[in-house]
Design a protein around this ligand. Sequence first.
Ligand code: NAD
Length: 284
Amino acid sequence: MAEVIDGAAIAKRIRGELAHLISAKKLQPGLAVVLVGDNQASEVYVRNKGRASEETGILSETHRLPAATTQDELLALVAQLNADKKIHGILVQLPLPPQIDAQAIIAAIDPDKDVDGFSPVNIGRLSLGLPCFVPCTPQGCMILLREVEPHLAGKRALVIGRSNIVGKPVAQLLLAANCTVTIAHSRTRDLADECRRADILIAAIGKPAFVRGEWVKEGAIVVDVGINRIADPALPGKTRLVGDVDFKGAAARAAFITPVPGGVGPMTIACLLKNTVQSAEKAR
Ligand code: NAD
């Protein structure tokens, strides 16, 4: 039976270390979060990010803009935040309404304040192995992996999903850690076969319990990035969160596995705070 990797506890430890660093170095990091429209899930993420920032000693300001905001209005806010000396990190919560080109907005964020690590400059630096803001969810995955396996070199790693925010950057980080990396996606021919060979399996698909337990290699490390809300069969009318991996089936074969919730999710926020503190240190 797999050992469960407690992302919530590891994230709490990181937040504690950051709070200590902020007070020891007398830093005043500032994070600006921009929310456009009224996406319910984004509301929850933004609230959680704000709360975690304040608890850690990071000044957090949330800019709420109406769904009808134009691209030029959002660009103007980004320019204002780029110039604001109190602000060390700018996060524009995705998705954005359809009239706004998300790539143009992300590219407009000063790369030195792009704590999400999504701007072309940061992604380029990541691929080149240069210092950069490492995207938060992929960074969180790597911390969880290293927590249970410090020797990643030579391991076969399978990343399922090729999104710009999770799949591609996590594959880059695994490569930088000297893993032999495979990226699977919606056109992959035999996903089960790819899974069976993976010492490390990262699932970032967005489909509940899609990765079946019997696909998982004995002794593998499974990191489940997926967050899917499904109807709870045990409680009619209620919903619950599940990952992209069949947790029970995979846990019977893996050596280590992350749960959903309480795995990668809390690490994403901890890494956002980490990047913001890093930015404040650099600005000083
Ligand atoms: P996305 O929709 O952008 O990408 C999904 C990827 O899955 C695609 O690249 C696609 O090729 C792949 N895919 C789809 N069907 C497949 C199939 N049948 N076989 C193999 N691959 C398939 O999603 P995303 O933004 O990368 O997010 C993925 C999941 O991770 C979602 O559940 C999301 O909610 C979650 N997520 C969690 C966090 C966190 O903090 N824990 C952060 C970001 C995303």
